[in-house]
Design a protein around this ligand. Structure first.
Ligand SMILES: NC(=O)c1ccc[n+]([C@@H]2O[C@H](COP(=O)([O-])OP(=O)(O)OC[C@H]3O[C@@H](n4cnc5c(N)ncnc54)[C@H](O)[C@@H]3O)[C@@H](O)[C@H]2O)c1
Length: 449
């Protein structure tokens, strides 16, 4: 912390901040923790998917209160979450039913409470009105999320028609638990899949490679994914060797000193896995990334190339090698590829043309690869972090940093663990129906989310 920052976060500094209208950010519920209060389930039709999925997850549910009666009823106490099945809504007038269950719930929601809507994607419904209604739900999700307080969030899951409770369980469970603390206002898609049951240590014995694991988000990913039982291959540049060993040693993983831009990076990863573990990789997390920020007017070829090389080109080459089924230590069928994009790539960010190009490219890559790898049951997804407190963001000037930190629905920066938990969810075998997704972990940035 620099001097200005120390002053800002000191008790007098905070008192001044409070007077200036900057509220103390809420403490978010994190980890594999369910809401305290009851989980309310409402079905606006005959569907039972939400209730069936929660039963599979071993959670009790209660009935909703609707505000279509007089006097307007309320819940007797705080509620932990509201899950609404709106998959059968097709007509504009039917949205009133959603308003009638949302309103009392919004008022009764506990801190870090959850609202989750189960819907159909516009492409899955027929007719102009039905498609408009499906899109309207997205607007409701994002707007209610911006109105909630005390760390509560909304998310929208678009479930394909044949999705079973077992295919939905990992996503619904993730969104209701504290693991999704910094994930807000997002739209998720779940496709039918033969998904195994959600497990406590779902990655037991599986090998997962994490690049850029010496510090920051990468170190958190290694820690969280190891906590799910995985054997971690932690990759980082030789210059970060000390941090890399610390990460690997703390979790009983192995360290591989490697610059991912090396031409033979993919084959060195595969060779390490084959010789060390004698099996194939379950997942690779392409987390290593760099920034070389300048306005485009000052961006030379070297700044341009280095960022695109590390953040995108290296992944393309490594994937190509690991996806070759004849390479020992390559990616197993049913495996997982997870990219790390950025809200800068999705929304654009002044001074980051090179970085935004690389991170939007990661999103494009994920969407392109997912259908091509479906036959091998390999899923490809990405997280797009917003402002996360790491050494990378510690370099942003203080005032600008404080603005980035606060301009989201949760009023604070995220933690590396928030990104790591979302990645761990993608890696779960139970997330087999989730592919081609780019999900922001940004606390619902006011810009573009
Ligand atoms: N911190 C944020 O707010 C934020 C926001 C959006 C996206 N991201 C992305 O998340 C990822 C991790 O970010 P972070 O904040 O932890 O960054 P960081 O700078 O703290 O860590 C990045 C790690 O990647 C390693 N690395 C860099 N180049 C490499 C190379 N050629 N080969 C191997 N390893 C290499 C670094 O040595 C470092 O250990 C990056 O892809 C970043 O772009 C971060």
């Amino acid at each position: 912390m620099n001097l200005l920052e120390k002053l800002f976060y000191s008790p007098p500094g905070q008192a001044i901040a409070g007077k200036a209208g900057l509220p103390e950010p809420p403490v978010l519920r994190r980890g594999p923790v369910w809401p305290d209060g009851p989980i309310v389930v409402a079905s606006l039709g005959s569907g039972t998917l939400a209730a069936d999925t929660l039963r599979l997850l071993g959670r009790a549910t209660t009935e909703p209160v609707r505000d279509d009666a007089e006097p307007v009823p309320g819940y007797p106490g705080k509620i932990g979450a509201l899950v609404v099945d709106v998959t059968e809504l097709r007509r504009l007038v039917e949205l009133e039913q959603l308003r009638a269950v949302l309103r009392p719930a919004v008022r009764a929601l506990e801190g870090s409470g959850r609202i989750v809507l189960l819907a159909r994607a516009p492409a899955e419904v027929d007719g102009w009105e039905a498609k408009a209604v499906a899109q309207a739900l997205d607007g409701i999700d994002r707007t209610v999320g911006k109105e909630l307080r005390k760390g509560a969030t909304t998310n929208l899951i678009q479930v394909a028609p044949e999705v079973t409770p077992s295919a939905l369980a990992s996503t619904l469970g993730f969104l209701l638990q504290g693991r999704s603390a910094f994930v807000a206002g997002q739209t998720w898609q779940v496709a039918p899949a033969d998904a195994p049951a959600v497990a406590d240590r779902p990655l037991a014995g599986r090998v997962v490679v994490v690049t850029g694991a010496a510090r920051g988000i990468g170190a958190a990913i290694a820690r969280v994914v190891a906590g799910q039982g995985a054997q971690i291959v932690a990759v980082d540049v030789p210059a970060a060797g000390e941090g890399l060993s610390a990460t690997a040693n703390a979790i009983g993983g192995s360290a591989l000193q490697l610059d991912i831009t090396a031409a033979d990076a993919g084959s060195r990863i595969a060779a390490h896995v084959a010789s060390r573990y004698g099996e194939r990789i379950h997942g690779i997390v392409h987390n290593a990334g760099i920034t070389r920020d300048k306005l485009l007017a000052n961006t030379d070829a070297a700044r341009w190339a280095s960022v695109l090389e590390v953040n995108l080109a290296a992944q393309l080459r490594i994937n190509q090698v690991l996806l070759d089924s004849t390479v020992a230590g390559g990616l197993a069928d049913g495996g997982r590829i997870v990219g790390v994009s950025s809200t800068s790539g999705l929304a654009g960010n002044r001074g980051q043309t090179n970085y935004a190009a690389s991170k939007a490219g990661v999103a494009g890559l994920v969407r392109a690869m997912a259908p091509d790898l479906a036959e091998r049951r390999i899923t490809v997804n990405a997280v797009a972090p917003g402002f996360i407190e790491t050494e990378m963001t510690a370099r942003i000037p203080f005032v600008q940093r404080e603005i980035f930190r606060r301009t989201n629905s949760l009023g604070q920066g995220g933690k590396p663990v928030d990104v790591a938990e979302t990645i761990a969810y993608f890696l779960e075998p139970a997330s087999a129906g989730v592919t081609g997704q780019v999900v922001r972990v940004c606390g619902q940035n006011l810009v573009g989310a």
